[in-house]
Design a protein around this ligand. Structure first.
Ligand code: PLP
Length: 500
């Protein structure tokens, strides 16, 4: 076949149809046959197969490349759709979104300018308006799709930084330069917030000390008294709080900071309020739990990750702002792309609102989802996993083999295997770590881990309505079994007995 036969165009439509069908067929067959979320393959086992592929020797057809892919990827991939995948914030995806993904790749619109996307731009704008309306923002709201929560947080904090610099300049006699202002800026966020806040601070030239960690209460929510104290202290010390970042659904605990109280303090101090709802945004579609997000409408900016609690394929995220004028801080003009003239012509160029240039039409996945199944159906899926987490919490709380940290507001469970009578905390730490590793190696179930108060804990992140309480019980038994075996092998008295 000639090189040009691989180009997708009018003459290759049939080739495209067959190739894509081949790919779909492989994945469909795979999904139908996966019995475990993972095979337990190690990097050492898989690396030789990947290294052995001769990239200078093309196979010529998608079919052959897919055969090879089976060995180097599909066979041993981690499958999030499996009910015993309980590790990170990865969701099973809905089919309408996957159809959207196929369209995105083939049409390949780039959403930076109208002249590279046309209807894509209008669809994205509708979905931004839809999300803003669900948040409860007014008519001056706007936003943009991004690659993920980390990027959304970065852009939100960039806008906040620019607004803070503007205010500092307005209120000071001297004309301070940006480098003079940056060292005095602070970001207040809870100790349970996402690490992308700290990364963003560094990227924004602030340095990690600019992020002030506000303590949490027992339910891992930002303590309002502590936030008030920090705001007052920053004011006394001549620092400018450029943003308070509240989290609606912390990564570890799913805890939701007290948004109305945070909003009240931000309004009093004239501080930018950002809500990181990368995880909790699923509540925007919930008919039963929407009130958990009350107060989010008073934020200046909000991060949503559709690829977490909206069951969308990676990547799909957005940043929403209450006042669209603040997006001007990322507006730059290039003669070759979005000249000022295009503004006069009224052309809707999304690049004016984004920190990216060429940008995927990720919005189409959400569009297809809403057009096929609707928001209520998404909300039901999310509500179901939150219900399941509540039931699983009861089960864990009654199970003497485990200590569970907090009753979840969303769908994570953080717990620790605690052997009867065992008081050696560091041995218990190792037993929990071992249980997680052993599960991973067996591929029977995937669970996450985290550290709470200096001790190793295990974590379930439920995002799959197909995960039943029985699945969870099975995984708990497996954990207890692995941890118990580890303790048996590492308890001094026993080892001595075995030695005898
Ligand atoms: C996952 C997560 C992020 C980061 O989002 P990505 O899409 O992974 O970049 C930010 N904040 C919170 C609370 C998260 O859970």
């Amino acid at each position: 076949m000639s090189s040009r036969s691989h180009l997708l165009n009018d003459r290759t439509a049939e080739h495209y149809r067959r190739s894509l069908a081949d790919g779909v067929e492989r994945v469909a067959a795979k999904l139908a046959r996966t019995e475990r979320p993972f095979t337990g393959v190690t990097p050492a086992e898989l690396a030789p197969a990947v290294a052995a592929v001769d990239l200078e020797q093309p196979l010529g057809s998608a079919r052959e490349a897919l055969d090879e892919l089976e060995r180097v990827y599909l066979r041993d991939a981690v499958y999030f759709h499996h009910p015993r995948y309980l590790a990170h914030l990865n969701c099973p995806v809905v089919i309408p979104a996957v159809v959207g993904e196929a369209v995105i790749a083939a049409v390949n619109s780039s959403l930076d300018t109208w002249d590279q996307s046309a209807g894509g731009t209008l669809i994205e704008r509708r979905l931004i308006a839809w999300t803003a309306q669900r948040i409860g923002f007014g008519r001056s709201a706007d936003g943009i799709f991004t690659s993920g929560g980390s990027q959304s947080n970065l852009q939100a904090l960039l806008l906040a930084r620019e607004e803070a610099c503007r205010l500092v300049r307005k209120n000071s006699e001297k004309r301070l330069s940006t480098p003079e202002i940056l060292p005095r800026l602070r970001i207040l966020t809870s100790e349970a917030s996402h690490f992308s806040i700290e990364k963003a601070a560094v990227l924004l030239g602030l340095g990690p000390e600019a992020v002030v960690s506000v303590p949490c209460d027992a339910k891992r929510r930002m303590r309002i008294d502590a936030l008030a104290e920090e705001l007052a202290r920053c004011e006394r010390e001549g620092r400018t709080v450029m943003a308070v970042v509240a989290t609606a659904g912390t990564t570890d605990f799913g805890s939701i900071d007290p948004l109305p109280a945070v909003a009240g303090l931000c309004e009093r101090y004239g501080t930018w309020m950002h809500v990181d709802a990368a995880y909790g945004c699923g509540l925007l579609t919930s008919r039963r739990r929407r009130d958990l997000l009350l107060g989010v409408e008073r934020a200046d900016s909000v991060t949503v990750d559709y690829h977490k609690s909206f069951f969308q394929p990676v990547s799909s995220s957005a940043i929403l702002v209450r006042d669209k004028d603040t997006l001007r801080h990322v507006t730059y003009h290039a003669d070759y792309l979005n000249p000022s003239r295009s503004v006069e012509q009224g052309l809707p160029n999304q690049v004016d609102k984004s920190i990216q240039t060429t940008r995927r039409f990720d919005a189409l996945k959400l569009w297809m989802t809403l057009r096929v199944m609707g928001a209520d159906a998404l909300g039901e899926l999310f509500d179901e996993v939150v219900d399941r987490a509540a039931d699983a919490w009861k089960m864990l709380d009654e199970d003497t083999r485990f200590d569970v940290v907090v009753q979840p507001e969303l769908s994570t469970l953080v717990f620790r295997y605690v052997p009867a009578g065992e008081t050696d905390e560091s041995l218990t730490d190792r037993a929990n770590l071992h249980a997680r590793d052993a599960l991973f190696a067996s591929g029977e179930a995937l669970v996450a881990g985290t550290v709470v108060d200096g001790r190793h804990h295990l974590k379930f992140t439920l995002l799959n309505p197909e995960t039943s309480l029985a699945d969870i019980a099975t995984v708990l038994d497996l954990i207890a079994e692995h941890a118990g075996q580890y303790l048996d092998a590492h308890t001094p008295a026993l080892s001595a007995a075995q030695a005898r």
